[in-house]
Design a protein around this ligand. Structure first.
Ligand SMILES: NC(=O)c1ccc[n+]([C@@H]2O[C@H](COP(=O)([O-])OP(=O)(O)OC[C@H]3O[C@@H](n4cnc5c(N)ncnc54)[C@H](OP(=O)(O)O)[C@@H]3O)[C@@H](O)[C@H]2O)c1
Length: 295
């Protein structure tokens, strides 16, 4: 495997799989995919991707897994079960990339990860960005806005009840599709850019929950109104619907960030990296009408 290989971590996840497909489509590579579960990527191995086992909890294994890669897409893990676990994983991955001779890391972060942010995941991302800055690596930090796909389930419930309940107030979010995040990540990995840059990856406009409810109403022909409640009431409501309290608190923390405007910035990053405009909320929801209504 040449040192020009492109490597994708967490490749069995939804973002990682899509990035691999896009890289195969553009005949980029050679390609390496790492995962805790190589069996899950059999179809990619059959298409010429070198699949390696790697666990972010095993730093020595990460060094071995990263050998021969010139550029690495470090997809943030979903290890939010214990405080401190994910940042330890990401720091290990940054050290492993340096030790393995990687030149450039593309990292999936979050918008505005400032100290004191109400967003529960902000600290992990800020610390990972700091680890990259303190390393010898070149990097592209992709601060992905909130995935639009994750609005489908709440909107489905909102259509059923007639109320979109959240704690966002009048805050707006520049929702972006996971697909556009994957396209941006594939481009940032495959292009030969050097140096260090931090880019916000957003949809084409920032949308309030009032607007989200109105677009949904119009598309499905049923009345949906937005109701903003205090964060504690939102958390309690989610717990009563069966969500574990820590998960409910994590979700509500994004609403607190939205109220502060942390997700409202709009950029042309998707257009510039991929040559194609990001999908709008209206277009995305229109193409998922069946998922929203169950018809
Ligand atoms: N912008 C947003 O709205 C948003 C929403 C949700 C999540 N995210 C972040 O974006 C990431 C990618 O999103 P997604 O939709 O692809 O999530 P996903 O489908 O849940 O995938 C999570 C990925 O994390 C990897 N991972 C977890 N623990 C790991 C470990 N110990 N070692 C190595 N890899 C580990 C998994 O890799 P393997 O199973 O292949 O090892 C998996 O591919 C998430 O992990 C999360 O950090 C962003």
């Amino acid at each position: 495997m040449s040192a020009s290989a492109l490597l994708v971590t967490g490749a069995s996840g939804q973002l990682g799989r899509r990035v691999l497909e896009l890289l195969l489509d553009r005949k980029a590579g050679p390609l390496i995919a790492t995962t805790r579960n190589p069996e899950s990527l059999k179809e990619f191995a059959a298409r010429g991707v070198e699949v390696r086992r790697a666990d972010f909890d095993d730093e020595a294994g990460l060094v071995q897994a990263f050998r021969g890669a010139g550029r690495v897409l470090l997809i943030s893990t979903d290890a939010l079960d214990r405080p401190g676990r994910r940042i330890a994983q990401h720091r290990a991955a940054v050290r492993a990339a340096e030790a393995a001779g990687v030149k450039h890391v593309v990292y999936t972060s979050v918008p505005n990860p400032y100290p004191g942010s109400p967003v529960a995941v902000a600290d992990d991302h800020r610390e990972t960005e700091a680890a990259l800055a303190a390393s010898r690596l070149d990097f592209t930090i992709l601060r992905n806005n909130l995935y639009l796909e994750l609005q489908l389930q709440p909107l489905k419930s909102a259509i059923a009840s007639g109320q979109l309940v959240d704690a966002r107030g009048t805050g707006a979010t520049a929702f972006v599709t996971r697909e556009d995040c994957a396209r941006a990540a594939a481009a940032a990995l495959a292009e030969p850019a050097t140096g260090r840059r931090t880019l916000d990856v957003t949809g084409p406009a920032a949308v309030t929950s009032d607007e989200l409810a109105a677009i949904t109403s119009e598309l499905v022909g049923r009345k949906v109104v937005h109701v903003s409640v205090p964060p504690d009431a939102l958390i309690q409501g989610m717990v009563e619907h069966g969500l574990p309290r820590p998960v409910a608190a994590l979700l509500a923390s994004f609403d607190a960030g939205t109220q502060k405007g942390d997700f409202s910035g709009v950029t042309d990053t998707v257009q510039r990296l991929t040559g194609r405009a990001p999908q709008s909320v209206r277009d995305f929801l229109a193409s998922h009408r069946a998922a929203l209504t169950g018809n």
